[in-house]
Design a protein around this ligand. Structure first.
Ligand SMILES: [Zn+2]
Length: 242
């Protein structure tokens, strides 16, 4: 895990809190590394206002998860848990992050979700991605426009239109997610119960990614929403495989 750096990547994924990326798209991150791409993970806050654990325990857990995923780096923008509104200062931090890493693909939360930080992360990344390419934007760094923004789902669902087969990587994804020991079910914990700490949580998660898998005829998949339409140059080659 590294702090702020200038490592160039193919893919940059933004999560509001440490653990959001692992839960929603950990299998895709692991698969992208297996395919040989450079992958960066960005946590936008330290999760310091979470009901369970502390910023310090979250940081150690995030490091353990990062090592299991094997991404090229993980950095934390520390933009304020529960305060992730789309303001000029925070937008600038995200623009400069995109410019430092020059990704082709960007991932973040879907635009609507139960947690307000997730919705704010979506707006902030969308706005910053647009400004990142503008040479007159109030930010340091070389202007850069990523090719696509894909949205992942945490709690609320929309109709996904991009599915990634993660069958070979599901076990590794769950091991990475389970690094966040303070966040999940622990019968000895005295901390407040949350949606994530229910004993059924892992079964719920399994059902979700199995369901995504059935949509494309594989065991497990992660699913995303992309606003842009997909251009198909060779319908036979593309639409008859698998
Ligand atoms: Zn979150």
């Amino acid at each position: 895990m590294t702090g702020m750096n200038n490592i160039l990547v193919d893919v940059l994924a933004f999560g509001a809190h440490p653990d959001d990326l692992e839960l929603a798209m950990g299998g895709t991150l692991i698969k992208l590394k297996a395919l040989g791409y450079r992958v960066g993970m960005v946590d936008m806050t330290r999760g310091e206002r979470g009901s369970r654990g502390t910023a310090e325990t979250r940081e150690a857990e995030a490091k353990a998860a990062f090592e299991i995923i094997g991404a090229d780096f993980r950095e934390n923008l520390d933009l304020g848990d529960q305060e992730l509104a789309d303001t000029p200062e925070r937008r600038r931090a995200v623009v400069e992050c995109i410019r430092r890493h020059q990704p082709s693909l960007v991932f973040t939360h879907y635009l609507y979700d139960r947690h307000p930080d997730h919705e704010n992360a979506a707006r902030l990344v969308k706005h910053a991605m647009f400004l990142s390419g503008a040479s007159n934007a109030e930010a340091e760094g070389k202007p850069h426009t990523p090719k696509r923004l894909l949205y992942f789902f945490s709690h609320w669902m929309a109709e996904p239109n991009v599915f990634v087969d993660i069958s070979d990587f599901y076990g590794q994804k769950i091991r990475a997610a389970k690094s966040y020991t303070t966040q999940f079910y622990d019968p000895s914990s005295r901390e407040p119960a949350t949606h994530l700490s229910r004993p059924e949580f892992w079964e719920d998660l399994d059902a979700r990614f199995r369901w995504f898998g059935t949509q494309i005829g594989v065991k497990y998949a992660e699913a995303f929403w992309m606003r842009e339409k997909l251009r198909v140059d060779d319908p036979v080659a593309m639409l008859t495989k698998g």
